[in-house]
Write a protein that binds this ligand. Structure first.
Ligand SMILES: Nc1ncnc2c1ncn2[C@@H]1O[C@H](COP(=O)(O)OP(=O)(O)OP(=O)(O)O)[C@@H](O)[C@H]1O
Ligand SMILES: O=c1[nH]c(=O)c2[nH+]cn([C@@H]3O[C@H](COP(=O)(O)O)[C@@H](O)[C@H]3O)c2[nH]1
Ligand SMILES: NC(=O)CC[C@H](N)C(=O)O
Ligand SMILES: [Mg+2]
Length: 536
């Protein structure tokens, strides 16, 4: 994206070192009406100077600054920023990079800090948190194993974690600042306030950039891509993303859009019937349902590696879409050339570094079936109008497009469905059947308790272990299941949901009493990070 000319001096440039959250930083800053742009952390000095930023943010990342060949800013960077009065903020790896490059030291920390932490402001009159707040505590989200053990000359510690580790540093004169935690994630409740204060008050950036109207822009792009006679197919899952994507594309090309819902054998209890009914009743979009469960399950038989499972699912989806395009060709006399998917930015971030995004140092966490899981030789060209948006933004867009609230409020359900909730072979024993029953009881209990909307996503997991139980005075050796419910804003970070004990007690008894083959119920109490939301 080209920076707007008029705001050249108000650009916040993000140098990406591979953090899973780099694009959240970009997004959060844009919500402050400040233009921000993300490029690779190892970009040349010329690329950086050409953009003429007023603030540079160095992102987090999976590498350690004390290991050889870890990514860094180019030679001459420090001299350039100091000469031009540019403010630099390092976040996590970025802080460690500043410390190390300017003459301090970073080492593997005595304790690692993952997830929720409390930090305390230890310096009065610091710039990052403003004056007069020494002693103030706040909850922040950490994800690091290294720590700054000695600071470069002129730097001061402004905040420490409750474990005593450096949490924020600054050197006012040289305009270098660092946060060891992630202010950009919503699990750092005061993070946005700190970013706003830093950019507006400390750096003096002027907020004037308005987010373009995504809907109008996307409609223009789609009309430009698809010829006036071309037909397009849309993979519709009944979830929020594909529903919003379909509605948007329908607005752009009308009747030439053909939606397909695939039963891949990995759906939840009665999902096919429920989804088809709601499409017809609420959405008024024509949808063809294809039952492809046999081919998906036979391809998955005996496969235990999570990434292999995801790739197989991605490939099968495309094979089904190709066959649908072929059928349509017979009917319409013209083969659809485009496939609409409701791919979101987090799918892309976690699957692979998107080309041109500057994300060249990140690790692949998992191949989302609709991104990293796609076959290389697929013929249909992709239309993914939501590819740069996060879930909460898609819900906003859905509202503008008048998508019924019933759709927008649905918990996400991944395309690979129950396959990523049965670690190992999905076809083992009657795992799918057991999981469907347990999931149905759990979700119904959540709805009955009136807490569905408080939870971002909830589901059951089939554990491929057998444990000993006593049921009806008989010894049983049956499966265990786990329950997972999380709160989140965009699926990039998540916290586990605090159920009341009575709810858990009721639901656990109900599961063991009604689902044959289960004699133990566990609760997943891990945040993301260190876990991911799905188990595979
Ligand atoms: N059963 C399915 N049939 C057809 N397409 C599907 C199916 N499951 C997933 N897809 C495609 O894969 C994309 C990604 O799936 P994903 O679950 O992330 O999104 P969604 O289902 O649209 O929304 P949500 O995340 O709210 O469930 C979907 O947008 C859709 O294009
Ligand atoms: O359509 C999808 N295809 C996939 O392959 C996939 N993997 C994870 N998810 C969903 O993404 C969100 C984040 O999940 P994770 O923390 O497990 O990565 C959660 O909402 C997950 O349900 C997927 N959605
Ligand atoms: N999230 C990060 O930026 C982590 C930085 C570094 N890899 C560490 O573990 O300390
Ligand atoms: Mg889905």
């Amino acid at each position: 994206m080209e920076p707007p000319k008029t705001l050249k001096s108000n650009i916040v440039l993000i140098l990406d070192y591979g953090s899973q959250y780099t694009h959240l930083i970009t997004r959060r800053i844009r919500t402050l009406s400040i233009f921000s742009l993300c490029i690779s952390g190892t970009s040349s000095l010329k690329t950086i100077t050409d953009l003429n930023p007023s603030v540079i943010i160095l992102s987090g990342g999976p590498h350690s600054v004390h290991t050889p060949n870890s990514p860094s800013f180019p030679d001459g960077f420090v001299e350039y920023v100091e000469k031009n009065g540019i403010f630099v903020l390092g976040i996590c790896y970025g802080l460690q990079l500043i410390v190390q490059k300017l003459g301090g030291a970073v080492a593997v920390g005595e304790k690692q800090e993952y997830g929720k932490m409390v930090i305390e402001v230890v310096k009065d009159c610091g710039e990052l948190f403003g004056g007069g707040c020494v002693g103030e505590k706040q909850v922040v989200w950490m994800s690091h194993g290294d720590e700054a053990v000695s600071l470069p000359d002129g730097f001061e510690v402004v905040a420490r974690s409750e474990q005593g580790a450096v949490a924020a540093v600054e050197n006012k004169c040289r305009r270098f600042y660092g946060l060891q935690y992630h202010p950009e994630v919503t699990h750092s409740p005061k993070g946005m306030e700190t970013l706003r204060h830093f950019l507006l008050d400390v750096c003096g950036v002027e907020a004037g950039w308005k987010m373009e109207d995504v809907m109008e822009e996307e409609i223009k792009v789609i009309r430009g891509m698809v010829g006036p006679q071309d037909h397009v197919i849309c993979a519709l899952s009944g979830g929020v993303d594909s529903t919003v994507a379909a509605t948007l594309v329908h607005k752009a090309i009308g009747e030439r859009l053909h939606c397909i819902f695939v039963d891949n054998g990995l759906l939840r209890c009665k999902e096919q019937e429920r989804v088809m009914e709601t499409f017809e009743k609420d959405l008024h979009l024509p949808v063809t349902c294809v039952d492809a469960s046999v081919r998906f399950l036979s391809e998955l038989k005996g496969v235990t590696d999570p990434e292999k499972k995801r790739k197989i699912i991605g490939k099968e989806f495309i094979a089904v879409f190709d066959a649908f395009a072929h059928d349509l060709e017979k009917k319409l006399g013209r083969k659809p050339t485009y496939l609409v998917q409701g791919t979101l930015y987090p799918d892309v971030i976690e699957s692979c570094p998107p080309p041109g995004s500057g994300k060249t140092h990140s690790h692949t966490i998992k191949s989302h079936h609709n991104v990293g899981g796609l076959p290389k030789d697929m013929k249909l060209k992709l239309i993914e109008p939501l590819k740069l948006l996060f879930k909460d933004e898609v819900r906003e867009l859905g509202k503008i497009l008048d998508v019924p609230v019933s759709f927008l409020k649905r918990h996400p359900f991944p395309g690979p469905g129950l396959a990523v909730r049965i670690p190992g072979d999905v076809t083992q024993g009657n795992a799918l059947d057991i999981l469907r029953q347990v999931d149905e009881i759990f979700i119904q209990a959540i709805k009955d308790a009136g807490i569905y909307d408080e939870i971002w996503q909830a589901f059951a997991v089939f554990l491929p272990v057998k444990t000993t139980g006593v049921q009806g005075d008989q010894r049983t050796h049956s499966n265990a299941v786990a329950l997972r419910a999380v709160t989140s804003h965009d699926g990039m970070t998540a916290d586990w949901y605090y159920f009341e004990h009575k709810f858990l007690d009721d639901v656990s008894r109900k599961i063991c009493n009604s689902v044959r083959g289960v004699n133990r119920v566990c609760l997943d109490i891990t945040s993301k990070p260190p876990s991911t939301i799905e188990w595979e």
